[in-house]
Write a protein that binds this ligand. Structure first.
Ligand code: E4P
Length: 217
């Protein structure tokens, strides 16, 4: 299972990278705005900064919603750095753009997936990754993890190689549930990743070991 961090915050990306378990980064226009990164020049530079911190794939989202605009933006993004994955919204022209990029060997991440039908289309268009937003489904009383299971079943039925990138992960249990279902990738905040570290018996056990060592030394 690949671990991506879902942020445009360079300190958090560095922190996750130093843990040694990071496989990539996902961003979106909202995450960029949250870090105060605005204007095309600054945004493009920020993607390169992220690529220089991590070793793996870095999703960079197009803003255009029409085919020609997505192609223009996506080609410029892909030319920025070999680690860039062009992130495309799940709209009609997005499916066409995904097919265009996949035919050219450019990696893609089809985003804003909320149904198994959309996931099927993304796979048919040759997407490298596709991102079902599980947290946002949970927010409206719909089973986000259930969608991951449905997509896993469909992809396995036909041997689709598009990777299921469980997105909008909000907490540590989401990561564990996605791992059990067999999502290929999860993207979430640093707090959710660090939650995997925690167990009170680890803390108690370590404190005891250290106390016993001190008794004898
Ligand atoms: C993933 O690519 C998305 O940017 C992200 O996971 C959305 O998460 P949110 O629902 O917490 O905004």
């Amino acid at each position: 299972m690949k671990f991506f961090i879902d942020t445009a915050n360079l300190d958090q990306i560095r922190e996750a990278q130093t843990l040694g378990i990071l496989d990539g980064v996902t961003t979106n226009p909202s995450l960029m705005a949250k870090e105060g990164i605005t204007g095309e020049t600054n945004i493009l530079k920020h993607y390169v900064d992220i690529c220089n911190i991590v070793d793996g794939d870095v999703s960079a989202e197009v803003i255009a919603t029409d085919f020609e605009g997505m192609i223009r933006e996506g080609e410029a993004l892909a030319a920025l750095h070999p680690q860039i994955v062009v992130k495309i919204p799940m709209v009609k022209d997005g499916v066409k753009a995904c097919k265009y990029f996949s035919d050219k060997g450019i990696k893609t991440n089809v985003t804003l997936i909320f149904s198994a039908g959309q996931a099927l289309l993304a796979a048919k268009a040759g997407a490298t990754y596709m991102s079902p937003f599980i947290g946002r489904l949970d927010d409206i009383s719909t089973d986000g993890l259930g969608l991951i299971s449905e997509i896993r079943l469909i992809y396995d039925n036909y041997g689709f190689t598009t990777q299921i990138l469980a997105a909008s992960v909000r907490h540590t249990m989401h990561i564990m549930d996605c791992a059990k279902i067999g999502a290929d990738v999860m993207t979430g905040p640093l707090s959710a990743i660090e939650g995997l570290l925690k167990h009170p018996l680890t803390d108690i056990g370590l404190a005891q070991f250290l106390a016993d060592y001190k008794k004898g030394n």
